[in-house]
Ligand binder design. Structure first.
Ligand code: CAA
Length: 281
């Protein structure tokens, strides 16, 4: 099958890596805002794939085959022959809606259009595409090559056939899918991001240092990494955006973003991607 992945960030490159080594996928159009970004995104995949070769998890021949499937592009029209499009651009409702409205011109009604959104409405995205029955959430987790879960998010119009198709597709990628009805934050982020927000509150109140907050959750709750290191891995801009969605969609004050999280984003302390967040990289 032919897939298009739109985006050039951590999730787009991670998903591309997962798909290019899989036999179900024969071609991937990796579509970014400009040629340079698309080429850089492919280079990121190349680096990860070569690490897998060094570790003996992939042969040289398999890695060449995987990378040959990836076609970097800056043209949205490259999606034209795709069976599946996966959007993984910035977590911003307006940016995504503009992208889907433009995509309307290039996709067939039979193409499945999936969004990797962490919390936004699939139903709204479907409303500007030719066939809302084929619009669905396909939410991978970071780092996509490592995390087993994929949330398949069912919008108001999403068809059962599409859900079943993606269940099989993601299982064949080696992932463990769960089906989730559309709701702000779906399942994981509705719990995970408020936990991170609470860790930010604990830090802001001076109850413990960032190191000790993380140590507490690693050794007291067996989390693989502490909430503040996880905040830096996800990106504080994404954490803030998800808190804003939870709050605006529900109106529930328990989802209020902590002012320190907002301040971190304003200071561009986004985490690993800007080399500074709750920790330095
Ligand atoms: N890309 C590819 N592979 C990676 C990777 C990356 N970015 N980071 C780590 N890995 C691989 C390593 O190569 C290593 O592979 P091998 O075992 O084959 O050697 C393996 O993962 C373990 O890595 P490390 O030994 O370096 O480190 P670790 O054991 O501490 O694991 C971790 C790192 C997998 C990130 C682990 O700490 C973890 O699971 N953390 C929690 C991550 C998490 O909760 N993610 C969800 C975020 S929420 C989200 O994504 C949703 C959203 O919408 C915001």
């Amino acid at each position: 099958m032919e897939v298009s992945i739109i985006g050039s960030g951590t999730m787009a490159t991670g998903i591309t890596q997962v798909l290019c080594v899989n036999d179900q996928v024969t071609k991937i159009n990796l579509i970014a805002r400009n040629d340079n970004k698309a080429l850089l995104a492919k280079a990121v995949c190349e680096k990860s794939i070569s690490r897998l070769v060094r570790k003996g998890k992939l042969t040289e021949a398999q890695s060449i085959n995987a990378l040959e499937k990836i076609y970097p592009s800056s043209l949205l029209s490259s999606v034209i022959a795709s069976d599946l499009v996966i959007e993984a651009v910035a977590e911003d409702f307006i940016i995504k809606m503009e992208l889907f409205s433009e995509l309307y011109n290039y996709v067939k009604g039979s193409t499945i259009i999936a969004s990797n959104t962490s919390s936004l409405s699939i139903t709204a995205f479907g409303s500007v595409l030719p066939n809302s029955k084929n619009v669905v959430g396909l939410h991978f987790f970071n780092p996509a090559p490592v995390m087993e879960l994929v949330e398949i998010v069912v919008g108001h119009e999403t068809s059962e056939d599409v859900v079943q198709y993606l269940k099989v597709f993601t299982q064949n990628l080696g992932k463990s899918p769960v089906v989730v009805q559309e709701a702000p934050g779906f399942v994981v982020n509705r719990m995970l991001i408020p936990m991170i927000n609470e860790a930010v509150s604990i830090l802001a109140e001076g109850i413990a240092t960032a190191v000790d907050i993380d140590k507490a959750m690693k050794f007291g709750a067996h989390h693989p990494m502490g909430p503040l290191a996880l905040a830096d891995l996800i990106g504080n801009d994404v954490n803030l955006s998800i808190m804003e969605t939870l709050y605006s969609e529900t109106g529930d004050p328990k989802y209020r973003a902590h002012p320190l999280l907002r301040k971190m984003v304003r200071a561009n302390h986004l985490g690993r991607k800007t080399k500074k967040g709750f920790f330095e990289y």
